[in-house]
Write a protein that binds this ligand. Structure first.
Ligand code: MN
Length: 335
């Protein structure tokens, strides 16, 4: 955890924030073309961090691009306001900015194809596991979302408006469970309080991002929860999304989001795993833990993944039952 010696800019605690912001401004000033990069399997935080910067930088007259190798989930389409994400971009750009991305592999093929080939690079992030890969890094591991950091950056470079406030709010609640998670701090609420000065439909954003469920996703939830497995005196819970579950409910792995939180809410459960079949020998795994004392990121790191203390992810290769056995062992090791 970084010590709080950086100037608190009203909200964000970043070491040398003033220096970093002035470097940020210099880099923006020099760049004519700017590309904003979201991580693979994009979530609300990375999408909204990118969209709000896109809006602010466009208003400054910059030529901006939004890049994400993976499809943006349908549930976020109400935030796009005409913006279009590209899967890749051929032209060499002046400035590449990654948001909410802890390491370069999270940018997929775009990391080497575009990000590293840009004349200059910036990384804005809040992951503990952040690997310094940008020529300028603006990092606050204590922030409950990357969008909160972006909020303080935008305040320094552009005028806030209701569109940007809406995006920042949407990004924040995507990562902090609508202010329910332990990562929420007085700083989080201070940012929210500033956002509420602008006119946007909070309830609609909360419905669209947190509460809304499609009928196929509801059917998928029912199907997999009924087959939930418990291990280690019910301390470890596992749900498995097989290819046939997706097929018969007409869903994809994008519809699994949030289902894992149903497991961690069960009283004896301390660690929850959601295993999602990519193919017969590859599984995408989400890890959730009940308290800060049980480190999900440490567990995911065993398999080359990463994330936060309470929520992390990785890919595990092998036959399904072997994957389950290895996860139970890794779970026992962090208990
Ligand atoms: Mn995030």
């Amino acid at each position: 955890m970084p010590s709080i010696q950086g100037r608190a800019t009203g909200t964000v605690m970043i070491i040398d924030f003033d220096k970093k912001i002035s470097e940020f401004k210099d880099k923006i000033k020099r760049a004519e073309t700017i590309a904003l990069f979201c991580h693979l399997s994009p979530d609300g935080d990375t999408i909204c961090s990118a969209l709000s910067l896109y809006s602010a930088l466009n208003a400054m007259g910059k030529k901006c691009f939004l890049i994400c190798e993976d499809e943006i989930p349908q549930r976020f389409s109400f935030l796009m306001n005409g913006a279009v994400f590209l899967k890749e971009i051929a032209e060499k750009i002046d400035l590449a900015i990654s948001v909410d991305t802890s390491n370069l592999s999270r940018l997929g093929a775009n990391a080497s194809k575009t990000y590293l080939k840009a004349y200059d690079t910036i990384a804005i992030d809040h992951h503990f596991s952040h690997e310094n890969f940008g020529s300028l890094t603006i990092l606050d591991e204590t922030s409950s979302s990357c969008s909160e950091i972006v909020f303080d950056i935008i305040k320094e470079i552009a005028a806030l408006n209701s569109e940007i406030a809406k995006l920042i709010f949407a990004g924040m609640i995507s990562d902090n469970g609508c202010f329910l998670f332990s990562s929420v701090s007085s700083k989080t609420h201070a940012v929210a309080s500033e956002l509420y000065k602008y006119d946007f439909d909070k309830e609609n954003i909360i419905y669209n991002i947190i509460r809304k469920q499609t009928l196929p996703a509801f059917n998928l939830t029912n199907r997999v929860l009924s087959k939930c497995r418990f291990y280690e005196d019910d301390k470890i819970a596992i749900i498995i999304f097989r290819a046939e579950d997706f097929l018969s409910t007409q869903t994809t792995s994008a519809d699994t989001e949030g289902i894992i939180s149903r497991l961690i809410d069960i009283e004896p459960v301390l660690i929850a795993f959601a295993i999602s079949e990519v193919n017969e020998f590859c599984y995408k795994v989400s890890v959730r833990t009940k308290s800060d004392k049980i480190n999900a990121a440490e567990c995911a790191a065993v398999f080359g993944g990463g994330g936060h203390v309470r929520a992390a992810g990785c890919r595990v290769h092998g036959r399904l039952e072997d994957v389950v056995d290895r996860l139970i062992k890794a779970g026992k090791d962090i208990l």
